[in-house]
Write a protein that binds this ligand. Sequence first.
Ligand code: DAU
Length: 302
Amino acid sequence: MLDKLTYAGNLASLEGLAGDRFRFVRGDVADATLVDSLVAGADAVVHYAAESHNDNSLRDPRPFLETNIVGTYTLIEAVRRHGTRFHHISTDEVYGDLALEDPARFTESTPYNPSSPYSATKAGSDLLVRAWVRSFGLEATISNCSNNYGPYQHVEKFIPRQITNVIDGVRPKLYGKGENVRDWIHANDHSSAVLTILENGAIGETYLIGADGEKNNKDVVELILKEMGQAPDAYDLVVDRAGHDLRYAIDSTKLRTELGWSPQYGDFETGLAATIQWYRDNENWWRPQKAATEAKYKVQGQ
Ligand code: DAU
């Protein structure tokens, strides 16, 4: 595993992993020399590394270009040289957003239309991989997944931010009116889908990953408040995100029918309750990152 350990990294997440099957290297995916030496010894590369938080990309886009664009370029050049199988992890945000009442969902043929600096760099990285497949015969697949939730998620993200706020006696913060819709999938289901694509996906293909988990943000906050014994309206509406995508929704028919994948954590409320319990039980994991995260939000009135 190669990771830069930016503000978002946390070595404590690796505790308990079997040492004989796993090696950690601290470094940058945009470091061509390091990447080349690691790819030389790999059977396959799964590229999860990214600057991933929209709010950060609105404050300072440059790291998103460096890691998401130059980092992806560096990796695909290395796997091209070594003839290594490559899987590129991406996001449904490359497709832009959908209207609230629109019955449509994103499919593999939806045109790219990213809204934020973050999603524009992910779209750019997907297009690089596609071009390397066509021009150089790269043995690559791509997946675009919807919003993840579950344990080990950084406290800047929506669900862990609100859970840890409530633990701290702070009211959850909803952007705008809380009407934006996200399509939630448990992180373990995302992982099982990636493994399925790595093992059985067709080279050059893109697969959308989703678990039919559409919910608006207000409903999610109300569920968190209920599970944590708070009044359903004990939240604050705060300044909206610039360019805030209204709704994401994934049609994962291709992955399910062609590769036989299905999600195992279908019940969002059960998964959310287990996630809340995990944050209650693992304060040592998230506490060191909480104050700095909230300080960044405070500057923006969020
Ligand atoms: O769709 C996949 C994407 O999901 C991934 O590509 C991104 O890496 C990941 O960060 C996530 O993007 P979002 O921008 O949807 O996630 P975030 O957790 O930042 O926000 C989820 C929704 O909640 C969004 O509508 C903004 C809103 N929100 C977020 C925060 C942090 C709030 O209302 N209040 C908050 O405090």
